[in-house]
Design a protein around this ligand. Sequence first.
Ligand SMILES: Nc1nc2c(ncn2[C@@H]2O[C@H](COP(=O)(O)OP(=O)(O)O)[C@@H](O)[C@H]2O)c(=O)[nH]1
Ligand SMILES: [Mg+2]
Length: 198
Amino acid sequence: MMIDPRRAEIKLKLVYYGPSFSGKTTNLVQIHEKYKGKKGDLVIIDTEGERTLFFDLLPLEIFLVPGFKVRTFLHTVPGQVFYKISRRLVLKGADGVVYVADSQRNRMDENIEILHEMYKNFEANKLKREKIPIVFQYNKRDLHDILPVEELEKELNPEGHPHVEAIAIRGIGVFRTLEELIKKVVEDRLCIRIRENV
Ligand SMILES: Nc1nc2c(ncn2[C@@H]2O[C@H](COP(=O)(O)OP(=O)(O)O)[C@@H](O)[C@H]2O)c(=O)[nH]1
Ligand SMILES: [Mg+2]
């Protein structure tokens, strides 16, 4: 987090982490659509077969703290095994993380594996696991062979971080996820209580 009192500006770096194809890029595309006029350009690095080669980046301006402009930078990570290093680097200086899990039963092993990798990467970046705000997003709730939320919670989120059910492709749960995270980041880091209706 960077606070620039002269420009009355707070800069936040938020990272969407998770396995390949869980819906991270879709979240950013939906947010980009909604915040027309308040945003910078969404950078999606497209490659054949996989949408995110290095990262997606979406700068976003919001007015949360009275008198301060909050500039948020949303990043995603590439999911595949061979981009391990990018996934470590992108966490550098992160203020908060959304863990986008794929709710499908057959994706559970990968949800767990990439989550453990994320916790290891926190350490590599000197981020304290207990201190960094995390919101879990259980995505693809529209599909058939999905696990109940209670089971996902037990496996992925025993610490009880906030969680949101989502169908990112239809925009459902996307903004709630982002709002939950920003709220948590600002409250934890700036010790400011946010009104309930932001
Ligand atoms: N059925 C369904 N498909 C989704 C949902 N969210 C994303 N997808 C699809 O899942 C695929 C991977 O999404 P993408 O955002 O590229 O995943 P990423 O690899 O995590 O960035 C794409 O084909 C999306 O359209 C969802 O909520 N439901
Ligand atoms: Mg992607």
